[in-house]
Design a protein around this ligand. Sequence first.
Ligand SMILES: C[S@@+](CC[C@H](N)C(=O)[O-])C[C@H]1O[C@@H](n2cnc3c(N)ncnc32)[C@H](O)[C@@H]1O
Length: 324
Amino acid sequence: MTINPVFTDATPVTPRDPEQQFRDDVLAGLAAPQKFLSAKYFYDAAGSDLFEAITRQPEYYPTRTEIGILDDQGAEIAALLPARANLVEFGSGSTAKVRRLLVHRTDLAAYVPVDVSESFLHSEAKALAADFPNLTIAPVAADFTRAFTLPDGLSQDAVAGFFPGSTIGNFEPPQAAQLLAHFGRVLGRGALLIVGVDLVKDKAVLDAAYDDAAGVTSAFNRNLLVRIRQELGADLDPAAFAHRAFFNADASRIEMHLVSRTAQTVTIAGQAVRFAQGETIHTENSYKYTVPSFRRLAAEAGWTPQAVWTDPNALFSIHALSRA
Ligand SMILES: C[S@@+](CC[C@H](N)C(=O)[O-])C[C@H]1O[C@@H](n2cnc3c(N)ncnc32)[C@H](O)[C@@H]1O
């Protein structure tokens, strides 16, 4: 089954060579007036490991809070999945969260993790298969915003979606709505989508979560520069850039930047890129929603909010959305 791309105007139907795409995206982003890089490029094997390390930092509340909700409410959430559903997880990463649904549902037809980080995807699928020997697991290495193919041989039963980790927050709200609408087309009529969404809260809590004292988020951010140096033969020094992350309350988002410590010119894939001292590369946004603002976004994308669960401190939310 071929999944149509989300951003049809920007995306060819046949996926391009990933290395060429990476080079083109990096050069285009660094040529923009506000330099930027796409957050999806954080996730090579080292980036996936660093992200997992971030989730263990004391300041980083989202992962443990979302897992806490799944531990407390997993049975109720899993009960909403249609009978014998094929469960597709978009941006699956570590399978820690889906396990908390799978334990409640032994009838599922298949679990389909989709992720750009290929080696991590396969190692996680293998570990999951060892723990759930009766579950069909069909990993797909793909960019979920672009055209990709689901494995042949999935049953014709319902398809449900799981999108935890507040990955939705990495998209600008209009693109987030497009992505949710795209997931709706992928999953089909009568689908259910479970989405984890981080909530607006005190700025100090948010700032600390994205700038941990141990410097793991800083290393994660700079890993983009390590990738550019290694994969595109650039002469840039990751240590010449500082990590900066802060909550922009007006835009309701965390912004992550890499700040050039000096005026410098680097060569990337044969092209010179100039940085003024203090100039930044905007590397990630992480939008924070309220329960009503996320429900409005989902409704714009054609989804009907069915249920929502939060932790006792209202730090994080998990939404069940359905589609007529
Ligand atoms: C914030 S992590 C969340 C991982 C996991 N779902 C969780 O909740 O712990 C985001 C995951 O999505 C993947 N990812 C990000 N952008 C993606 C894209 N466009 N297509 C496929 N996977 C993507 C990353 O490789 C990473 O594993």
